[in-house]
Ligand binder design. Sequence first.
Ligand SMILES: NC(=O)C1=CN([C@@H]2O[C@H](COP(=O)(O)OP(=O)(O)OC[C@H]3O[C@@H](n4cnc5c(N)ncnc54)[C@H](OP(=O)(O)O)[C@@H]3O)[C@@H](O)[C@H]2O)C=CC1
Ligand SMILES: Cc1cn([C@H]2C[C@H](O)[C@@H](COP(=O)(O)OP(=O)(O)O[C@H]3O[C@@H](C)C(=O)[C@@H](O)[C@H]3O)O2)c(=O)[nH]c1=O
Ligand SMILES: [Mg+2]
Length: 300
Amino acid sequence: MKILVTGSRGQLARSLAERAAGRPEMDVVLAGRPGLDLHDPASVRATIVAAKPDVVVSAAAYTAVDAAEDEPEAAFAVNAAGAAAVAAGAAEAGAAIVHLSTDYVFAGDQPGERVETDPPDPRNVYGMSKLAGERAVADVNPRHAILRTAWVYSPFGQNFATTMLGLAAGRDKVRVVADQWGNPTAAADLAEGVLRVASALAAGAPAASGTFHLAGHGSTNWAGFAREIFAQSSRLGGPSAEVEEVVSQDFPMRAYRPRNSRLSCAKFETTFGWRAPDWRDSCRAVVARMVAKEVPGPTR
Ligand SMILES: NC(=O)C1=CN([C@@H]2O[C@H](COP(=O)(O)OP(=O)(O)OC[C@H]3O[C@@H](n4cnc5c(N)ncnc54)[C@H](OP(=O)(O)O)[C@@H]3O)[C@@H](O)[C@H]2O)C=CC1
Ligand SMILES: Cc1cn([C@H]2C[C@H](O)[C@@H](COP(=O)(O)OP(=O)(O)O[C@H]3O[C@@H](C)C(=O)[C@@H](O)[C@H]3O)O2)c(=O)[nH]c1=O
Ligand SMILES: [Mg+2]
């Protein structure tokens, strides 16, 4: 099975490449800028059609949540029009598409866990642009799985865990919000789930089409996530800091963040027969790689 992934240096793209290595039945090809640029639909179409994939994984996105507030045109160009171009290219190539979306499509003002049929109601530009992308993908390519995930981290590139370890290297105490709840998701676990969905779509399983939630098992708030990162790091002699819990109001950010974006992954688990590991177990594994500095930084 040939899988074309959009984006070459992103967390999920790199995790997919790593996860598929040594599995000859999974031929994962990464396609990023400048060859495939989501600002340039013609480059997207040409790259996908030329590659003749069985499945396209639409991983590339405009993911700078705060910056999106100041440049909504760019966020929508990439996350909505760009996603539509990926889905159209996949349809033209006769390929199915796995498209990644986010917990931030929800308002986060309801208790409990969100299921796929709950109404989305994004409260920031990033979330609005990703919701527009979901709708465009579903319209353009009937053989689609839209996977909403959350709080993705990995040894690759910039994410909350690398930010926390970076801050801890220079100070004793870090202030972290404790009133935003969600499901930390290791990119490696997400990649495993994506490969399972890709296989099911390629095999023509009708149940594999639709919208699904896939995130790490169990939930916490950002302060709890930070404490776990530091606990694992200090165990291995890496940087750590005391976590001072604050509320969102006391940690102003450009973009509004949902307070409760916990996702129910029951539909994914039932459909694909697989559950992501407990977020703490994956956190231990990822932080170990970060502390060991096993992975070089982004090659920019
Ligand atoms: N990170 C997270 O916490 C979450 C992510 N998601 C979604 O999951 C998916 C994967 O996220 P993740 O791997 O973390 O993302 P990253 O932020 O790690 O990587 C984003 C990728 O998108 C690429 N990209 C950005 N703009 C363009 C463009 N104009 N043309 C081509 N490529 C572009 C980047 O390319 P380059 O390497 O050239 O910069 C990079 O490869 C995304 O769809 C995201 O919305 C959902 C929930 C949480
Ligand atoms: C750096 C830092 C952040 N925070 C807070 C700010 C924010 O509310 C929360 C998370 O901050 P970040 O900017 O790392 O995370 P954020 O950019 O909101 O992460 C989101 O990215 C997009 C792409 C998604 O799709 C979401 O699922 C989610 O992962 O932590 C602190 O409280 N203290 C700190 O020192
Ligand atoms: Mg961010």
